[in-house]
Design a protein around this ligand. Sequence first.
Ligand SMILES: [Zn+2]
Length: 313
Amino acid sequence: MSEQAFEKRRETAIREAEIRCQEVYSAIPEIAIIDKELSETGLKLFRAGMLPEVEREAEFTRLGGLTALLQQKRKSLLVENGYPEDYTRPHFQCEKCSDTGYIRHIMCDCLKKHIAEKNVRASGLGRYLDKQTFETFSLDYYPEKARASMRDTLEQCRAYADTFNGKTGESLLFLGSTGLGKTHLSSAIAQRVIAKGFSVVYDSAQTILSAFERDRFSQSVNKPSDKYFDCDLLIIDDLGTEIKGASATAYFYTLINTRLVASKSVIITTNLSAEDIRRQYEERIVSRLFCEYSVYFFEGNDIRKIKIEEQND
Ligand SMILES: [Zn+2]
C-alpha cells in the first residue's frame, strides 16, 4: 500500500460509510429519523454533564436507556430490510485502531508494519524482498567441505540481525565470488533489522560513489550522500566494481571512518579476495576493514548457476 493510501484509508472508510448511510436513508426513511433523535440525545447527554449532581445521574440513566432503545430499533430495521446490522458503520481495515495508526497514543501494529514496509522500499532492497530471507537460505547448495563454515556464517548473521540495536557499530565484511549468497544474507539481515524499526540503506558501491559525485553539484542543505551517513545500517554491495580513483578512495574512507567513529554498522560485500583488497585500496581503508570488521569468507560453487541448471533439468 502506498503512503498516501495508508493515510487516506480512514478517510475513505468514513466516506464510504456516509454513502451507505444515504442509501439507507432513502430505502428506510425511519432510520434517518432515528439518527436525528440519536444525535439530539447525544447533545442532551453532553448538556446533562452540566446539571447539578442529583439531576445529572437521573438524566444520564434516562438518556442512556433511550440511546440503547434507539440503537436496537435501528439495528432491527436494518436487518428486517435485508442489510447487515453494521451496514452504515465505517469498515476500517484495522478495527483495533480504526485506521488511525494509534491506540491511546501507542503506535498500532498496523502502522508499525506499514512503516517497516515503507522502509524496505526506501532501503533499495525492494527486489530482494520476500525472496532472500534466512528461511530461504539453503545450505544444500554448498559443497560438503564448505557446508560447516557456511552454517556457521548463517548462524552468526542471524545472531547479528537478532541482536542488532543500532548502537554497537558492529560491522561485517563478506568476501567471496559471485553467486555464493553474500547478497542473500545481507538482505536477510536488512529485512530483520528493518522489521525491528531501524533504518537500512542498501546500495551498490558504484551507486554510493555516484551520490558523492552529485554532492558537489547539490545546492541543497541535504546532500545525496546524507542517507549513507544517517541510516542505522548501511549495506555496500559489490565493493570493488566501482570506478576507481583518488576521489573514490577518499569518499569511501570518509564514509567508512565516519560510521566507525559514530558506532554505526556497515555490511560490505565484495567479490574481491583479501589480497585484491590490499592491492586496490589504501592502507587506511584496508586496516579499517580487516581490523574493525568481522570478516566472513563465502565458499562453494556459484549458486545462481546451480539454480538455473536445476530449472533447466
Ligand atoms: Zn491499527
